[in-house]
Ligand binder design. Structure first.
Ligand SMILES: [Zn+2]
Length: 315
């Protein structure tokens, strides 16, 4: 295919996997929609993310990588490459890390999440599980500043975090399957869900739901990445995310897993935008359309939900 300037357009990556409907055609796992628009994975840096196809649902904005990735290669990527460019290098050894918030990884984000939970939970949580706990900052602050008696459970695949999680006072588990069903009053999954493959996400979220106690809540945060509303965000690197949530699709995925959503909003810093982005927003406003969610709004989506059987209850 030739573009207008005569150059050849980049070849779109092939859609070879992903969830399909009875007709064999790809469907959106968030809303069941069939209007899916293909795009290439935005700005891959690592070779693993090149030539990945993404389908974006034009109904709800959910985006998913539709090229199967070998789980072992993905695991190696997280072990070897991810810690560095995700900015997760420790600023201090475990002995000092929790002594000063300036040494911690994103403590303000953790505190803001915990304040939301505090305002919603009925009473102090007895058990808190953090899935993808990282250094354990959220769990540490939960006990230090909110609920001193809470039992802290951490699931974190990065083995280099073990010393930090131990210092934070967490019991470390290899997977959520090791947690007793019905035992968690609060589950935190912050910037984790977008790392799963499409085939896994409903099962993972459904499994987390079974871990909630009758008065339990799940608090999740993901990047705000609605490619259908704002194609400009494809101009930002999203590596290594495999799922891209809009506000609407995040709600739908939670509801499909039997969770009742009580809070859902954009949070975090406003994305820094280039001149092109600002001009785009000005044109949108002139055309009577709302400014882009990504630019005029915030960089992440935060959601708080509970299982319907417990909704409104105060066990
Ligand atoms: Zn959809």
């Amino acid at each position: 295919m030739q573009s207008e300037d005569g150059g050849s357009e980049p070849r779109q990556a092939e859609v070879t996997g992903g969830t399909r409907g009875p007709s064999g055609l790809p469907v959106c796992i968030a809303c069941g929609g069939r209007r899916l628009k293909p795009m290439d994975y935005p700005l891959p840096r690592n070779e693993l993310f090149r030539n990945l196809a993404v389908l974006v649902c034009q109904t709800c904005g959910f985006g998913a990588v539709k090229t199967p990735i070998d789980p072992q290669r993905l695991h190696r990527y997280y072990e070897d490459d991810y810690a560095g460019h995700a900015g997760r290098e420790a600023k201090a050894a475990p002995e000092r890390y929790f002594s000063d918030s300036a040494l911690m990884f994103k403590p303000q984000r953790s505190l803001s999440q915990l304040r939301l939970a505090e305002g919603t939970l009925s009473g102090a949580p007895r058990t808190i599980l953090d899935v993808g706990a990282g250094f354990g900052t959220t769990l540490f602050l939960a006990r230090q500043q909110f609920w001193p008696e809470a039992e802290l459970l951490a699931v974190e695949p990065d083995a280099s975090m073990a010393g930090y999680l131990s210092r934070a006072g967490c019991r470390q588990l290899a997977s959520p399957q090791q947690v007793d069903p019905g035992s968690c009053d609060l589950i935190v999954a912050s910037h984790v869900l977008e790392h799963y493959q499409e085939e896994e996400i409903l099962d993972i979220l459904g499994a987390l739901r079974t871990l909630l106690s009758p008065r339990g809540w799940i608090l999740a945060e993901v990047p705000n990445s609605d490619f259908s509303a704002d194609p400009d965000i494809a101009g930002h690197s999203h590596e290594p995310h495999l799922l891209f949530f809009s506000k609407k699709s995040l709600r739908q995925v939670f509801e499909r897993c039997g969770l009742r959503v009580s809070f859902l909003d954009t949070v975090g810093p406003v994305r820094r935008r280039g001149l092109g982005d600002r001009l785009g927003n000005r044109l949108r406003r002139l055309a009577g359309r709302p400014a882009s969610e990504y630019g005029g709004n915030r960089a992440a989506l935060r959601i708080l939900a509970q299982a319907p059987s417990s909704a409104g209850g105060s066990v």
